[in-house]
Design a protein around this ligand. Structure first.
Ligand code: ADP
Ligand code: MG
Length: 316
């Protein structure tokens, strides 16, 4: 199978629906759907042997390749519009490609995000998506907007994906329907939450590298400090029974959960709690933004907790 046959068979789904022009030309042509909107652009790459093992279920990979990008759009409050896909493949394995495309288009269709182009080459397995979203002008949720006095919130639960990785590293078998493993392989981008937070939150980020590290990015960009109340941090199932140091490492340093971490003025507390109920997604108030720099974790007595929890860094 040649390059163009491969593209036609697995990735070309006919004329674009939302874009002015999709696959097949030198560029795609993309038009915002509403007037007075800003286009949000993000790129994420998944590298075989680094972000996933070469024998990872291809359908899950198709899901995750787009999901991590949709999570970035969610963290800006952007609604998904379209994406491009650049892939390097060691060989044209039709079964692998069919499963990958199935996972990819299932989540693409669910979030109405259209594939409009890409690039295909032979090489070590590498999957790169660039996603485009749309947000009303001035309404994007940026990292640099947190203010002292803001509440600190996080959606869902933390540490599930890191727990699955921990179990894999220990060589422990776990079932495909295991919640932690699902979180690692099929993360759910919080797109509806991000959109609903446009007028409730001040700053936001998605938790991709770990709570402490990602909160650190917000602190740095906003030139503020933050305090996390350890007992308010929502722990994923299976974490609570672990030894304390491991529990803290997974929940505070574990990446890949793709929950939204956001700050908001205290007068929005009731509205945010109501939003969590209406979306069926728990939103936990886990601390506050303070003057100063850096993120601290406070224990049950309000004392600074010493933790070795570290977030993921490719070059550390
Ligand atoms: P060019 O030579 O102009 O870069 P290509 O020959 O690489 O174009 O690709 C042909 C068309 O197929 C382009 O419209 C490109 O966007 C699209 N395309 C290539 N690879 C993919 C892919 N993996 N997924 C979606 N579209 C792709
Ligand atoms: Mg090309």
């Amino acid at each position: 199978m040649g390059e163009f046959e491969l593209i036609a068979k697995f990735f070309d789904r006919g004329p674009a629906r939302r874009a002015e022009l999709g696959l097949g030309d030198d560029c795609a042509l993309l038009r915002p759907q509403a007037p007075a909107t800003t286009i949000a652009v993000t790129t994420d790459m998944l590298v075989g042997g680094r972000h996933f093992l070469e024998d990872t279920d291809p359908e899950g990979l198709g899901h995750k390749t787009l999901a991590v990008n949709l999570s970035d759009l969610a963290a800006m409050g952007a609604s998904p519009l379209a994406f491009t896909l650049a892939i390097a493949l060691p060989r044209a394995d039709e079964q692998w490609l069919a499963a990958f495309a199935r996972g990819l288009f299932a989540i693409a269709d669910r979030f109405d995000c259209e594939l409009i182009g890409g690039d295909t080459t032979r090489g070590p397995l590498n999957l790169c998506v660039t996603a485009f979203g749309e947000v009303p002008a001035g309404a994007a949720l940026r990292r640099d907007r947190a203010e002292p006095g803001d509440d600190l919130w996080v959606s869902g639960e933390l540490g599930g994906a890191a727990l699955a990785l921990h179990r894999i590293a220990e060589g422990r078998a776990h079932a495909a329907q295991d919640a932690a493993r699902r979180r690692l392989e099929r993360p759910e981008p919080r797109v509806a939450l991000g959109i609903a937070l446009r007028h409730l939150a001040r700053a936001a980020i998605d938790v991709s590298d770990g709570l402490l590290g990602d909160l650190g990015h917000v602190c740095e960009r906003s030139r503020v400090g933050a305090e996390i109340d350890w007992r308010a941090v929502p722990l994923a199932e299976g974490i609570a029974s672990l030894p304390p140091a491991l529990r803290a490492q997974l929940a505070l340093g574990g990446g890949d959960d793709y929950e939204l971490l956001f700050t908001a003025a205290p007068q929005n507390r009731d509205a945010i709690e109501a939003l969590g109920r209406s979306q069926g997604l728990p939103l936990a108030r886990i601390g506050r933004i303070v003057a100063g720099a850096g993120a601290r974790v406070l224990d049950e007595r309000g004392l600074a907790m010493r933790t070795d929890a570290r977030s993921y860094d490719h070059f550390a």
